[in-house]
Each structure stands twice: as C-alpha cells, then as structure tokens.
Design a protein around this ligand. Sequence first.
Ligand code: UN1
Length: 505
Amino acid sequence: MMHISTLFSKLGLDFAAQAGDDLQVRSPRDGAAIASLQTHTVQEAETAIQNAHQAFEKWRSVPAPVRGELVRLLGEVLRENREQLGTLVTLESGKILSEGIGEVQEMIDICDFAVGLSRQLYGLTIASERAGHRMMESWHPLGVVGVISAFNFPVAVWCWNSALALVCGNAVVWKPSEKTPITALAVQALFEQAAARFSEQRPDLLPKHLSQVLIGRADLGETLARSPKVALLSATGSVRMGRKVATVVAERLGRSLLELGGNNGMIIAPSADLSLALRAITFSAVGTAGQRCTSLRRLFVHSSIYDEVVSSIERVYASVKVGDPLNADTLVGPLVDQHAFDAMQSALAQAKAEGGTVTGGERVSVNGDSNAFYVRPALVRMPQQSAIVHHETFAPILYVLRYDQFDDAIRLNNAVPQGLSSAIFTNDVREAEAFMAATGSDCGLANVNIGTSGAEIGGAFGGEKDTGGGRESGSDAWKNYMRRATNTINYSRTLPLAQGVKFDI
Ligand code: UN1
C-alpha cells in the first residue's frame, strides 16, 4: 500500500493549517490513527457562511455555462486523482477499494451531468389567458447551500450537491461527518486545483470562498441550520439528525433537502431469475458492509422458493470474503467503528428475542487487529416483520420473511417508516408493473431485476416518509438549488386584468 503521507501529498493535502488535538481520525481498516485535527468553532462557521454569501453575490452573475467550466475542471482534476482519492475513501470509511474508486467515479459522473446542465437550466414559456401577454419562468441562483454529509459516502454526496449548486450559481459550505474529515479536506484541495485552473483561463471571475469545509461536530451543522444566510440545507444522515435539522430550518422558513435513512426491501417472486437475484441480494446487503442508505435489509421470498433462496444466501454468506478493504479479493470490509458493531450485535439480540433465527453476524479477526470491527454478514429468518425489522441498523443484517400472496409482499414492503429504495425480482410483467404503480412500492426508488443499492447519478435520488422526501443528483433535482421567478410580460397597449376582473379608473 502506498504510504499515507505519499497519498496526502499526491492529493495536495497539507494539514498544517488544520492540525490540532480536537478530532482524532482513525481508519476502520485497522483502528490506527490517520490524523489529528483542530475543529472549527461556531464563530468560524458563521464567518464562513458570511464569506460564502459574498461569494454567491459575485458568482450568481457569472453566466451559467461559464460556471459549468469550473465544474468541468473539477471533473478533470477528479479524473486525474481517481485512484488516490478512492484509496483515501477506503482508508477513512473502510469501504472496499473498488467501491472507494466507484464513489469517486460517481463524483466524476455528476460533474459531467452538471456541465451539460449548465446550458440547460430551462424555464417554461406559458400560454397567457390575456391577449398580447406572455408568461415565462426564470430560474435564478438561490444563495448559500449548506451540505451535511455522512461517513458512508464521504465524497460523492458533497459532489451531487455541489456540482449542481455551483452550476446553479450558488456557494457551498460543507460540514462532513466527523468520522471522515480527511477525505473532505482532500476534496477541498482538489476543488482549489480546479479553481486555480479556472482562474488561469478567466482571471477575476472566481470569487474566494465559493466552496468551504467546516471540520467538527454537530454544533457546526446546527449553525448551518440556524443561519438565515443558508438558503438551502441539504442533509444526509440519520432520521434523528434530519428531524432536528428540518425543524430548525423550517422555523426560519428556510429550505431543506433531506436524504435520511432507508430500510430497503426486495421481493423475490416465483418467476425470478434466481442466479441474478442472488448476486443482487449479496451486493445490496453486504456491499459497503451494509452501511449504505440503500443497503438491502428486508427480503420477502415467495414460499414456493423460500428454502432454496435462503440456503443459497447462507452458502454465499458463509464464503464471502471479509477482510482488508485494500485487498482486491475482499468483498466485505470493516464496520466504521465499535459503535456500529455494538448496534449490530444488539439488533441481532433483539431479532432473536423476537423469534428470529440468526446465521452469521459474528466478529471476524483480520490481521489480529483488535481496534477494527469486521463481521460476517448476518442472515436472520424472521417469523414476521416485528419491531426490529422496522428499524434501520447500519450493518450487514438481512431479515428474510416469506410471503404467499403478491399483495402481502407489497404491504410488507411498505409497512416500515422509511421509503428510500425497493426492488422486485420477477419475470412476470404484471407483477413488475404492479410493483412500480401508484399502488405498488411507496419508495423513491423502485427497481425491477436489480438490487436496491448502486443507483446511477442520472436519476433523481431520494425517498419518501422518514427518508425525508428530498431528491438529489439527476433528473430535475437541480431545481432545488435555484429559485423560480414567474414573469408575466404585457406587450399590448391595454391593461386587461386576469380572471376578467373589471377595475376601470
Ligand atoms: C448513501 O448511502 O447515502 O445508490 C447514498 C447508491 C449510491 C448512493 C448511496 N449511489 O447506493
């Protein structure tokens, strides 16, 4: 493995300004310390927001396609540093290298998307009911966009938000998870490189403080939530955090975009292609060690194939390679920390108490590291969808239930508080369509013959109910980052009123 200080210098990372004793950063890979940082104060966060607001006031007047050029350069810098940044993601979050690099690819993809979008921030032209009138809508930059992100996607979530926010004419202030501040500083350093290239081509256009990072804990997120200067706060994380953020932002009538927990289900119907399903189940449930918001947590298998499906999963789970996330043959890396391990064990204990039969779930020793928390993925046969199954535990636990009637499977899928992702494996077109219909899955993502995780950036990403209702990334999610003005223009020589109202003076 490349030495970590070589990795830092390749990424242009110098912690001198941020070194301190407030925050010890450890790698989930072996529990070893990677860095020790100073956190920002609330006062510094407030100054950052003020500075971002000034940056916004300048940036909003730069033409959108020119703003797109900055994001194009960011994509270019990310391409050049894909492996290095991906490796850092692996070291700091514990996800396997292929997923670490995949996450950087997701950043590159959204940059490309945003560059195209910078020439397509279209508004409608609307038929007016009055003669000699035209109506249209204009989309304008919004202001400062705050981003709160979680440890499990330490870089991609910033990019989904920021690539769009920047082409839309906004400034960004980012509060990453305190578990993954190093990758955030690396992304900031890469952003600075893109900014320097932009300024070489176009001196004086780029304001300072267009993108800033705040290192620290929940008090900084709270500062973003409270500040009336933060026009939009996009928050990814737990339902508990989202509820707090949303309440504070709503009190000042600000906008929030919430991407909270998932408790994602999959239906395996009698006609399913079981070899495809088995791969999809495994990637969705054990990929990222079950720590994606889209991870598969609930499986509903038709009674006629239940025994066959469950024993195939058990076979795969027993052999799936748990180990060092930097090794090419590892599929399951470590949990992020001891807290995640404890939460997993207590969920499994509760599942047993509720009548579940657990296979796997035990701690696995990797290189004898006692400060790292590796586990064998757990499969839990549940007699019914009891309390623990309604709960999102951020770990590789898959609850399996059987069903007989298709409608019951849909009911079970929709019976939890969260509504992010869902999937069905079927070759019956009626079932597939019914699953995606208004009366089918109630989630923001409803997939057919693919797993619940690993969404592409081109679609709008997000979910309903406790997931928070936000949509990020592709489709028209950019509209979250702009304000809409409706313009009515009278080019006639009279002043007719709408709705035929008479008001002659
Ligand atoms: C998350 O876990 O916060 O669809 C996001 C996926 C990824 C994003 C997950 N593209 O699994």
